[in-house]
Design a protein around this ligand. Structure first.
Ligand code: GTP
Ligand code: MG
Ligand code: ZN
Length: 312
């Protein structure tokens, strides 16, 4: 029997059967575990799988259907293990906050680059705007919004606490399979509870001293949206370790950098020190945001063979 994986706790995989007969908790088959040796979860939420009931104590997950796409991250920056966050997505929504906690631009950009690499359309949702009470913080929000919109990403500014901006997000999610990702404590689960009234997913605190989330959500879960479509809640992540990026490829995943790189003198330009580099010139002139360029370098830097000279 075929079904959709709606939850994966590590030991159990919850599958919603295609024939509408309900939901079953399955175990993983040993063989599948082996195949995904370097992967912390060979089966991800959003996967279509075969469920095999051989009369044992629990049905098992058999074959996984080929994925349309997926989003993946390194468990940590230096780790050899990786984690498939979710599969078969129409879009990935990165929930970010400017305060309590503060999402770094490097984190945002590494997420966006990963989504580009795996061809999943990305959306940015700045949550907790109710906390931005000073004029400066509002201005900074507007600058961030304008910067990402100029690159081509849809940006929503919202508050799960007051409901401001939530309709815009609803419209964007309607009829689609969307992933919600982001640091711990940015309000992913709060957003789910706002959009799916009977979801009742657990929401946690943000530590007052460190302004960091408490990692309240511990496994990914798919929830149906009242207006059609589905949304996947995920555990907060600390860092977005990119994976399998070739050095020469990295610029491809920064659309505005890639566009300007056509004008570089050398076609193998890494945009770090080369003469006639159009990207460096654009950064200097402020046409490419400096924070984006820093994020680009942070990914290049993961290559141990890479040596670049800071241009500034
Ligand atoms: N002021 C304010 N607080 C919010 C908002 N959204 C969420 N919060 C609070 O932020 C804290 C963390 O929210 P969660 O929804 O648990 O965050 P999460 O992203 O799911 O966190 P993890 O599950 O740990 O990854 C809770 O105390 C929420 O009440 C918002 O828009 N404004
Ligand atoms: Mg959560
Ligand atoms: Zn260049």
């Amino acid at each position: 029997m075929k079904g959709l994986v709606i939850k994966n706790t590590g030991s159990w995989v919850t599958v919603r059967l295609e024939d509408g007969s309900g939901v079953v908790n399955c175990k993983m088959r040993g063989v599948l575990r082996l195949k995904g040796l370097r992967c912390t979860n060979p089966v991800a939420v959003g996967d279509i799988v075969q469920v095999e009931d051989k009369g044992g104590d629990a049905p098992v997950v058999g074959a996984i259907e080929p994925r349309k796409n997926y989003i993946i991250r390194r468990a940590s920056n230096l780790s050899k293990e990786f984690q498939i966050i979710a599969a078969n997505l129409d879009q990935a929504v990165l929930v970010a906050t400017l305060f309590n906690p503060e999402t770094s631009t490097t984190f945002i950009d590494r997420f966006l680059a990963t989504a580009e690499a795996y061809q999943v359309p990305a959306v940015l949702a700045f949550n907790k705007i109710d906390l931005l009470v000073t004029e400066e913080s509002r201005e900074y929000l507007n600058e961030m919004k304008a910067m990402y919109e100029r690159i081509g990403y849809p940006v929503i500014t919202m508050s799960a606490a007051t409901g401001e901006g939530a309709d815009q997000l609803r419209d964007l999610l309607k009829g689609k399979m969307s992933l919600l990702s982001g640091n711990s404590g940015v309000g992913k689960s709060s957003i789910i509870n706002l959009l799916v009234p009977d979801a009742n997913v657990r929401v946690g605190d943000v530590s007052h001293t460190h302004h960091k989330g408490m990692h309240t959500t511990t496994f990914s879960e798919l929830l149906d949206l009242p207006g059609g479509g589905a949304i996947i809640d995920t555990p907060g992540v600390k860092a977005f370790g990119t994976i399998d990026f070739e050095r020469a490829e990295v610029a491809h995943y920064f659309p505005e950098i890639f566009k300007i790189s056509a004008e570089c003198r050398f076609n193998n330009c890494t945009h770090t020190h080369e003469p006639g580099c159009a990207v460096l010139a654009a950064v200097e002139q402020g046409e490419i945001a400096y924070s984006r360029f820093v994020s680009y370098l942070s990914i290049l830097d993961e290559d141990p063979n890479n040596k670049y000279r800071k241009p500034f």
